[in-house]
Design a protein around this ligand. Structure first.
Ligand code: AMP
Ligand code: FE
Ligand code: FE
Ligand code: ZN
Length: 292
């Protein structure tokens, strides 16, 4: 069947240098092919800038690509990451909202660097040196600058120290409510899945009432199999998925050299991928034609 997805693991969460991954979209897709993946989703933070290059490279490498994004949303002080798949990247509502988030992230990063710069030798130019043109700027880029200047050993070390939210330099940035996020994604023909919902333990960041509202708005699934979900949290998420008839996904959240997460360390069942693709109306997966 020409439209069948290639064999191999399905990894639905990975970042490129269009946000805070360390590899270009092309290098990311090559790494996925080298890791033996059948299907990769590119899910940069608040950006679709990597879609085109990644799609072209997927065809060259003979793997399937699901264009996606990890949309920043926020509930109170807690950031809630919303994976979005196969939406229309030109949808006006989503384009406007992601532009607003990226702009807020930029201002926030500049303010954080000014504050850090009062105590450490660090300038905004140092951060720009670590950032691809047009990329969604985040703490990882500040971390890379701190490493380059010798203030931290690694990205993770910077996050555990200077960039930690309790270290005195942390600032939040604008992000929409999770419900608004789901509504925007669905309105753009996309399929929303909450990313790593139980990183803070069993209770997670979203209450059952909130989850019910997200489900009514069109939430498709929960990213259960992710290294940052706690064991108790995963158990609770499986119960919630059964209760609300939500799909379960698994993925790596690969950031290249920026995080220890390896491609395909978690994966998604082919039936879930099929249902996800069937649900989407905004964009088509890139599937190589396999000759048999
Ligand atoms: P921000 O959204 O700018 O506050 O930065 C959060 C991003 O930093 C997340 O998307 C993660 O990819 C990344 N991140 C969080 N913790 C770590 C860590 N310990 N090591 C490397 N990257 C991290
Ligand atoms: Fe990230
Ligand atoms: Fe995330
Ligand atoms: Zn991510």
């Amino acid at each position: 069947m020409a439209s069948a997805f290639p064999p191999g693991p399905i990894d639905l969460h990975a970042h490129s240098s269009a946000s805070d991954g360390t590899e270009t979209p092309i290098a990311l897709v090559r790494a996925a092919a080298d890791a033996g993946l059948g299907t990769l989703a590119i899910t940069d933070h608040d950006s679709t800038a990597g879609w085109e290059a990644a799609s072209d490279e997927a065809l060259r490498q003979g793997i399937a690509l699901i264009p996606g994004m990890e949309l920043s949303t926020r509930k109170g002080y807690a950031s809630v990451h919303m994976l979005a798949y196969l939406f229309d990247p030109n949808n006006a509502g989503l384009v406007a909202e992601t532009a607003r988030i990226r702009s807020a992230r930029l201002t926030r990063a500049e303010e954080m660097v000014t504050a850090i710069g009062a105590d450490y030798d660090l300038s905004w130019a140092d951060v720009l040196e670590q950032t691809q043109d047009g990329a969604t700027v985040g703490r990882p880029h500040i971390a890379d600058a701190l490493v380059a200047k010798g203030h931290s050993l690694t990205r993770s070390d910077a996050f555990a120290g200077i960039l930690h939210w309790q270290a005195g330099y942390y600032q939040p940035h604008y992000a929409p409510d999770p419900l608004t996020g789901v509504e925007l994604i669905v309105a753009a023909g996309g399929v929303p899945v909450i990313a790593h919902p139980a990183t803070r333990g069993r209770a997670g960041v979203v209450s059952e009432d909130e989850l019910a509202r997200l489900v009514d708005a069109g939430l498709f699934g929960l990213e259960v199999d992710h290294r940052e979900n706690t064991p108790d949290g995963k158990e609770r998420l499986r119960e919630l998925a059964a209760k609300f008839d939500l799909a379960i996904t698994g993925s790596s959240d690969y950031h290249g050299a920026g995080k220890p997460n390896r491609l395909a360390e978690n994966s998604t069942h082919p039936e879930v991928l099929e249902r996800l693709v069937d649900r989407a109306t905004g964009w088509k997966p890139v599937v190589p034609v396999l000759s048999d």
